[in-house]
Ligand binder design. Sequence first.
Ligand code: NAP
Length: 231
Amino acid sequence: MSHTASHVVIGASRGIGNDLAKQLFEQNAGGTIVGTMRKADESVLPKGVQIESLDMTKQSSVDSCAAKFGAIDTLIVNAAMGSPDTMLGSDASLLSSYLETNVVGTHRAVLAFLPALRKGKKKQIILLSSTSGSCDLQRNEPSGFQGPYSVSKTATNSLGIQYHNELKDEGFTVLLIHPGWVATDMGKQINDGRGAKTTQQSASDILKILSNLKPEQSGSYLRETGEPLNW
Ligand SMILES: NC(=O)c1ccc[n+]([C@@H]2O[C@H](COP(=O)([O-])OP(=O)(O)OC[C@H]3O[C@@H](n4cnc5c(N)ncnc54)[C@H](OP(=O)(O)O)[C@@H]3O)[C@@H](O)[C@H]2O)c1
């Protein structure tokens, strides 16, 4: 059966993606909210959110999830791996894992969901990026997630720009968004998450931006506050 979805959130098992799916559902904006997980677990999202299995590193998993949808308005690629690994402390296989999950996995998902997005009303592709993806901000930066995570998020930014270039004439809006420093399993690896935003606040900030997103903003790289970031 072919489903229609207003939003598909990839990586909704925990962290920011979990709150994005919850809050989208609570807003009850009409249309089905879908949360994907590597291991489908209905207990982590409200009843009524459609839960699907999807592992971004597995082509067949991404394809079989995407094939269930006839039309989607907004795809949010939130899933990623991240730890404070250094570049010189990362061997080729660790760098490959970051690129496979955060970059190739994102591309796999975007390509697989593209036919449904083309049939959707909004044609929005939202990629969760990071200030770690900004070469400008990374230069001489002493802290935060750097190394291979940063490389993968810079590449995510580049993916977003290429999607923007190739899809803008079809009416697509592609956005790269930094969610803030957030107290998730990922974010708590820095300073135990002390001083970080809650997932609730981050998701609410992101959804506020999405609620007013205009096609002319396509190709932007924004903080969760709406402020533009330097590349
Ligand atoms: N937290 C921060 O401070 C921060 C700052 C800047 C940017 N970000 C970005 O914000 C996004 C969300 O981060 P978060 O802090 O919420 O992370 P998180 O709590 O570590 O959650 C990561 C999510 O990604 C999923 N995931 C990981 N590998 C996957 C794969 N191969 N296929 C499908 N799903 C996969 C995880 O699923 P499982 O439960 O199955 O592992 C989980 O749902 C990421 O893109 C991250 O880079 C976060």
